[in-house]
Design a protein around this ligand. Structure first.
Ligand code: UDP
Ligand code: MG
Length: 311
């Protein structure tokens, strides 16, 4: 079994904590190579998602200092999902398996050897799952839990409390290369690909430095991508609610023929509710249509501006 590992890390404006991430990950990969767990062709691959700060310069410097550290820079900010995907496609040229993680040291790198153990036991995917989320803010924790509940109700298979800390084998990377959608939701796609998988639990730390790079807008878009790329249930819900209102409307009309219904305020409220529901579901349809348009355009998802990995 060939054991070349690439650790893929998306970075956007991470200059504050990146040196420490590099230092710790370098120690880890050195240790894994020295123990014979992985080959010396293994690399830490940073994907700079077109940061505005000195993130890329830090990656270049680390690469000059040590060839175990490498990187690619995207030509424009594309968001975490596309940045990870770009890194995975680069890694797939050289690696037998990859581990993805964020740049902020929230994921515990000490459990990495357990990921590798699972891989050597035949697992194609190993999901890192947060055993406790007490370091996340109350709002983040409760919105995440609410989202998991909604997404499960809609029948989408995702791993509870798992984000982007995961190991994937070459088989999975090859399968992933066939996913051409521009609205990527890796947390849904990887379980969708299938193959053998297992879970490793770890306590999630606080961000080492800097603030979250996920603006509320990016967060909402990711949440919507998770739903729209895996189910059309919201459209069907619109259909069912529409039907229910038609039936209730007909019944109300029949009742009205017998009892004079003259409460203006009730009529006004009903009018608002029905109008609101209508507009809401037109909006839901709009979101799907927008995404269909994005996919129909088939634009390239990213361009690699600079590549330290192939020089
Ligand atoms: N990230 C990225 N592009 C973006 C936003 C974020 O590559 O447009 C990276 C970021 O640098 C980090 C990871 O995605 O490595 C997760 O972001 P963050 O830690 O800010 O998210 P949170 O943990 O707060 O959800
Ligand atoms: Mg984070």
């Amino acid at each position: 079994m060939n054991n070349t590992l690439y650790i893929v890390i998306p970075c956007y404006n991470e200059e504050k904590g990146l040196r420490e991430t590099i230092r710790r990950l370098f120690q880890k990969i050195r240790n894994l190579i020295d123990c014979g767990e992985i080959t010396d062709k293994s690399r830490i691959l940073f994907v700079d998602d077109c940061s505005k700060d000195s993130t890329w310069e830090i990656i270049c410097q680390a690469n000059r200092d040590n060839k175990l550290i490498t990187g690619i820079k995207l030509s424009h900010n594309r968001g975490q999902q596309i940045a990870i995907y770009a890194g995975l496609m680069e890694a797939n040229k050289y690696a037998d398996f990859v581990i993805t993680m964020d740049a902020d040291l929230q994921d515990d790198i000490e459990v990495m050897h357990r990921f590798i153990e699972e891989y050597k036991n035949g697992m194609d995917v190993v999901y890192g799952v947060r055993s406790i989320r007490d370091k996340d803010s109350f709002i983040k924790r409760s919105t995440a839990q609410c989202y998991y509940k909604i997404i499960n109700r809609l029948g989408i298979e995702i791993i509870y409390n798992h984000a982007e800390y995961r190991l994937m084998s070459k088989r999975v990377l090859n399968a992933l290369a066939n996913y051409h959608e521009s609205h990527l939701f890796l947390r849904g796609i990887i379980p969708d690909i299938g193959f053998n998988s297992s879970i490793i639990e770890y306590p999630r730390n606080e961000r080492f430095a800097g603030a979250t790079k996920y603006t509320p807008k990016k967060m909402i878009n990711l949440a919507l991508d998770g739903i729209t790329s895996f189910t059309d249930a919201p459209l069907k819900i619109a259909l069912v609610i529409g039907l229910i209102f038609v039936i209730v409307g007909i019944i109300a009309l029949i009742v009205d023929l017998f009892v004079h219904f003259q409460h203006l305020w009730t009529i006004f409220s009903l009018f608002l509710i029905l109008g609101g529901i209508n507009i809401f579901f037109v909006g839901v349809m709009g979101i799907y249509i927008g995404r269909i348009l994005d996919e129909a355009r088939q634009r390239p998802r990213y361009f690699v501006d600079q590549n330290l990995n192939n020089i």
